[in-house]
Design a protein around this ligand. Structure first.
Ligand SMILES: Cc1cc2nc3c(=O)[nH]c(=O)nc-3n(C[C@H](O)[C@H](O)[C@H](O)COP(=O)(O)O)c2cc1C
Length: 333
């Protein structure tokens, strides 16, 4: 059944606005939504792809996948069943997904609880506290990712040290690459609602088991006394290293992160180790060659005694949502 009503257009527009809060690499927000009377389309914005660290578009696709999951969650919370066509047109690789609402049911309480976390979720780069993450929390976060069809493997023992070694090597490779350093500088402290504000970066590079990304300039956020000892590390991975899997990995990232936020846990994506080919291969060995790694997640309990990170700004809705075709419908709402 296809639905074409003014209220459908309004629900789709609200879902697209909600998707604007999704996490994205360097806060590039590389997505655009087109709202049509009966569906919404997600398109990649290649001009905001990062050519130095993301020449393949892997991180762009993961970011867009996170936005797709945000929109899906908003539709479910509003009571809509929908179909999702991912990469529906082979010769239009930037048309990433089409969401088409089908049947309206009761609003979904579990999705509504996740929607409440959308504006709370944020990237916290401080070391996590020494409070152990409850196993039940970890289990739910992993299950949320895996429900999106992407494996989420927890690293234990020596594999965490393998990750730490790979992350150090990735850091060294990226520091020695002037194009990567220029790109990083370009995306920090901008004034156009894109990129990473210094208020979300720590004042000094935190002492952690697995190095977090060094953004090359001190931020305004106190690091706090933690050392990350209680942090857990997970790898999102899949059967093949291609755009359809990267999009799914983004959906898994969003599902895991919103679930973690609901349960009071903090997630930090670590992608440098994925960006550098040699460390991506090393990470593949750390997950016993079970698949292709897409993203590392540090999971823990944020330090409660220190101020949290600021929220990076987002682009205005008008820049990420095209309402041209439904404006007449929205006017009647
Ligand atoms: C694919 C992807 C990779 C990311 N990699 C890193 C990373 O390596 N280090 C980091 O500190 N943050 C990383 N982030 C977090 C983004 O910088 C963050 O989502 C963005 O700045 C928006 O901030 P917010 O998550 O607080 O809304 C990554 C996010 C995504 C989606």
């Amino acid at each position: 059944m296809t639905i074409r009503t003014s209220s459908t257009a309004a629900v789709l527009a609200r879902a697209a606005a909600m998707a604007g809060y999704a996490p994205s690499v360097h806060n590039t927000q590389p997505w655009r939504w087109t709202i049509r009377p009966d569906r919404m389309e997600l398109t990649a914005v290649r001009s905001r792809q990062l050519p130095a660290i993301d020449p393949d578009g892997r991180l762009l696709m993961i970011s867009c996948g996170a936005a797709l999951h945000h929109a899906r969650t908003a539709l479910t919370a509003a009571g809509w069943d929908y179909t999702v066509d991912r990469l529906p047109v082979p010769d239009q690789p930037d048309l990433l997904a089409v969401l088409t609402p089908t049947v309206h049911r009761e609003p979904d309480a579990a999705a509504a609880r996740l929607v409440q976390t959308v504006e709370l979720r944020h990237t916290d780069r401080r070391p996590v506290s020494d409070t152990q993450l409850p196993e039940a929390t970890l289990t739910q976060v992993v299950a949320a990712a895996e429900a999106e069809g992407i494996a989420c493997g927890l690293l234990t023992g020596e594999h965490v040290f393998d990750l730490a070694a790979a992350a150090s090597r990735a850091d060294a490779v990226e520091k020695a690459d002037p194009e990567i350093q220029d790109e990083l500088t370009y995306w920090i402290g901008r004034h156009d609602r894109l990129g990473i504000p210094p208020g979300t970066l720590t004042g000094e590079q935190p002492a952690t088991t697995v190095p977090v990304r060094d953004f090359g300039q001190p931020g305004a956020l106190p690091s706090g006394p933690g050392h990350d000892r209680a942090a857990r590390y997970a790898v999102l991975f899949g059967a093949s290293d291609e755009p359809s899997c990267w999009l799914r990995a983004g959906e898994a990232l969003s599902a895991a992160w919103l679930t973690a936020t609901r349960l009071g846990a903090s997630v930090l994506p670590l992608s440098a180790v994925i960006e550098v080919p040699v460390t991506r291969t090393a990470l593949r060995r750390a997950i016993d060659d079970l698949g292709w790694p897409f993203l590392v997640l540090r999971i823990g309990i944020a330090d409660p005694d220190h101020p949290g990170a600021a929220h990076p700004p987002r682009l205005p809705i008008a820049q990420i949502v095209d309402l041209e075709e439904v404006r007449h419908l929205l006017g009647r709402d």
